[in-house]
Ligand binder design. Structure first.
Ligand SMILES: [Zn+2]
Length: 297
């Protein structure tokens, strides 16, 4: 089976296997995961939180009377699809005040430069990933220059635990390093009437092909992943989301809801379940690298 690089990145398939440099033909074909550009009708996740991304990459819009917030921007080229989805919801692009980023990889930051231009919104990211956004993904500690995207200006950086206030809307940045050094989990509350739920967009916790032992560009990578697993598992969490919807079974949950299970997206154990799966993959990858002397890459 031919595996696209994009698919490997999305699934972390190589977590238990030796790292392999993708062939040049695949490097050119980085957006060849069709779901990453596939149309998806926008829909309400819960309350003021909307899914506006392509089918295979989560892009969220959180609305508030004082302005809206967009989280992530898909691959390069997804901006038009995302903007059309936002307009379909009857929302003016200029109402978007902030654009947040889960992490500075091309499949979540690729459309951000265009989206920032078209909305006039400020881009807000962690300091560690802001530098990667500003250099368009070049010199990524794991991927080098293989997955570039349009560089963008970050207006403001956030620190671990910092909350952003837009009227009554409060979004909090939780540092969950490992997948990138500035990988961020965003949390906020969305309400349907008087029922308010903890929304958690967990930053990716996969290490697809990463060198975990003796990595000169990221010596603390194992410690950081372990910190992030513990941090996410402890978060108040009613609806778990992830930059890759399949990683948290979003589509199965949406299908159940469409069949009448009104609370199919609500799962207070959802964050812990995602952490459990991610941790198991990570530990298997780490054990394999330890057994092999850590010289996979
Ligand atoms: Zn990533």
């Amino acid at each position: 089976m031919r595996l696209s690089t994009a698919w490997i990145l999305a699934t972390g398939l190589l977590v238990q296997g030796a790292y392999a440099q993708p062939p040049a033909s695949e490097q050119k074909n980085i957006a060849d995961n069709p779901s990453w550009t596939a149309p998806q009708k926008p829909f309400r996740v819960y309350g003021s939180t909307w899914y506006v991304g392509p089918h295979g990459l989560t892009v969220l819009l959180v609305t508030a009377p004082t302005g809206d917030v967009l989280i992530d921007g898909g691959v390069p080229g997804d901006a038009a699809l995302i903007e059309a989805n936002i307009r379909d919801l009857g929302i003016d692009l200029r109402d978007i005040k902030w654009i947040l980023n889960s992490h500075a990889h091309f499949d979540h930051a690729g459309g951000l430069a265009q989206l920032a231009h078209d909305t006039g919104a400020q881009v807000i990211a962690s300091a560690a990933d802001a530098v990667l956004l500003e250099r368009g993904g070049h010199a990524d500690p794991e991927y080098g220059d293989r997955f570039p995207f349009s560089p963008l200006q970050v207006s403001r950086t956030v620190t671990d635990g910092e909350s952003l206030h837009l009227g009554d809307l409060v979004l909090t940045a939780h540092s969950t390093p490992g997948h990138t050094k500035g990988n961020t989990t965003w949390t906020w509350k969305s309400c349907d009437g008087k029922r308010c739920l903890h929304m958690v967009d967990v930053g990716s916790l996969s290490a697809p092909g990463y060198r975990l032992i003796g990595n000169p560009k990221y010596p603390d990578i194992v410690k950081d992943f372990e910190y992030s697993f513990a941090m996410v598992a402890a978060l108040p969490c009613d609806i778990v989301l992830n930059p890759h919807p399949a990683a948290v079974n979003l589509w199965a949950r949406v299908a159940r809801r469409e069949k009448g299970d009104a609370d199919a997206l609500v799962d207070p154990a959802g964050c812990r379940a995602y952490v459990k799966a991610a941790r198991a993959s990570f530990e298997a990858q780490l054990a394999k690298q330890r057994a092999g002397g850590g010289s996979e890459k």
